[in-house]
Design a protein around this ligand. Structure first.
Ligand SMILES: C[S@@+](CC[C@H](N)C(=O)[O-])C[C@H]1O[C@@H](n2cnc3c(N)ncnc32)[C@H](O)[C@@H]1O
Length: 177
């Protein structure tokens, strides 16, 4: 009986660790699908000079793909939701790319001033809240790659519609353009 109660408490804590951050940020840890990920990577240049930050890295799949694409570039994911973050860390122990790291942290506290690329898949209100931080901190020329949600007031340098059932959009921006 004690064992069943312990398992129930653990299960409830796991659900709460995803549910509470979702309520707080308005973003569930829904991962970028494989076709959208391919489209996003397809918009990026061959070389990346400077760190890549994923704002809300979820379960870590996109950050790992970015780290494999740019093996000489540090990739750092920020995630507030405990369970997806813990999964990202566990996957690294199983032999993930050495140039990726995940922080259990709110990205609004991160310093983005050396970013070469910022990647996000955040709903409209979260993008709107993020916009002044990108405008204040990103160096000129830094790239912003977004799944589905556009950055209002910014002009995309590239935009693609993915041939999936949602006709998902991906956007690439360059600070200063
Ligand atoms: C839709 S998911 C995308 C996950 C991943 N980027 C991907 O594309 O597969 C958005 C993630 O952002 C996280 N998130 C939202 N606001 C955040 C914040 N201020 N700081 C850190 N993580 C945040 C959520 O917890 C959620 O896991």
């Amino acid at each position: 009986m004690k064992m069943e109660i312990a398992i129930l408490i653990l299960a409830l804590a796991a659900v709460a660790s995803v549910f509470v951050p979702t309520l707080m940020t308005g973003a569930s840890p829904l991962p970028t699908s494989r076709p959208v990920r391919e489209a996003m990577l397809g918009l990026l240049p061959d070389n990346m000079v400077g760190p890549i930050y994923e704002l809300g890295s979820g379960w870590g799949g996109l950050a790992r793909a970015l780290a494999r694409r740019y093996p000489g570039t540090p990739v750092r994911g920020f995630e507030v939701s405990l369970l997806p973050w813990a999964w990202s860390r566990l996957r690294l122990m199983g032999g993930g790319p050495p140039n990726v790291a995940f922080a259990l942290a709110n990205f609004h506290g991160a310093d983005l001033s050396d970013a070469a690329l910022v990647v996000c898949y955040l709903p409209g209100p979260a993008m709107e809240k993020l916009r002044p931080k990108l405008e204040a901190e990103l160096p000129n020329g830094a790239l912003v790659l977004s799944n589905t949600f556009a950055l209002t007031g910014w002009r995309a340098v590239e935009e693609r519609t993915v041939p999936d059932i949602h006709r998902s959009k991906v956007y690439l921006y360059r600070k200063g353009e």
